[in-house]
Design a protein around this ligand. Structure first.
Ligand code: ZN
Length: 152
C-alpha cells in the first residue's frame, strides 16, 4: 500500500509541476471561475462543447499541488467525453474523495484514483474537487463558483 501511495504522490507532483492543458482556450464557449477560500486555490476552467460532447477543455489559475494536479488530470481525462459522462465521473470522484466509496476506487476513475488518499484529509477535499465544481458550473451556467458555504 505504501508503494501505491508513493506512486500516487508522484503522479500528483508531476501534474502539479507540468500541468496538462494549462492555458486559456481561445475558442471556448463556456468558462467559469472557481475559488476555494479555505486554501486560496483559484481556477478558471475553459470548455468548448457542442452541448453534448466536451470537444476541448483547459484551465488557468494558481493553487496548491492537489488543486492543480486535479484540474490537470480532469482536463486530460474528460477531453472528448460527453458532458453526461463527465458529470457521472464527477459523482464517482466526489464519492471517492469524501470516502463514501470504500477502499477500492471505481475502475472507471482510472488515473483519478491517485486522489483516493484525499479522503483522509477532509480539508483537502475541496482542493481536489474545485476543478470539477468549476467545470460543472461552466457547462451549466458559466457563472463564478466558490466552494465557500457549499455542501461538498
Ligand atoms: Zn488547495
Amino acid at each position: 500500500m505504501s508503494d501505491l501511495r508513493e506512486l500516487y504522490q508522484e503522479v500528483i507532483l508531476d501534474h502539479n509541476k507540468n500541468p496538462r492543458n494549462f492555458h486559456k482556450l481561445d475558442n471556448a464557449n463556456h468558462s467559469a471561475e472557481g475559488y476555494n477560500p479555505l486554501c486560496g486555490d483559484q481556477l478558471t476552467v475553459f470548455v468548448k462543447t457542442d452541448g453534448t460532447t466536451i470537444q476541448d477543455l483547459s484551465f488557468e489559475g494558481h493553487g496548491c499541488a492537489i488543486s492543480k494536479a486535479s484540474a490537470s488530470l480532469m482536463t486530460s481525462i474528460l477531453k472528448g467525453k460527453s458532458t453526461e459522462d463527465a458529470f457521472k465521473l464527477f459523482d464517482k470522484f466526489h464519492h471517492m474523495v469524501t470516502g463514501e466509496m470504500g477502499s477500492e476506487p471505481d475502475a472507471e476513475l482510472g488515473k483519478l484514483a491517485v486522489f483516493a488518499g484525499v479522503c483522509e484529509f477532509p480539508s483537502r477535499v475541496k482542493c481536489a474537487s474545485l476543478a470539477w465544481h468549476t467545470l460543472k458550473s461552466a457547462i451549466s451556467s458559466g457563472e463564478q463558483v466558490s466552494t465557500e458555504g457549499d455542501d461538498l
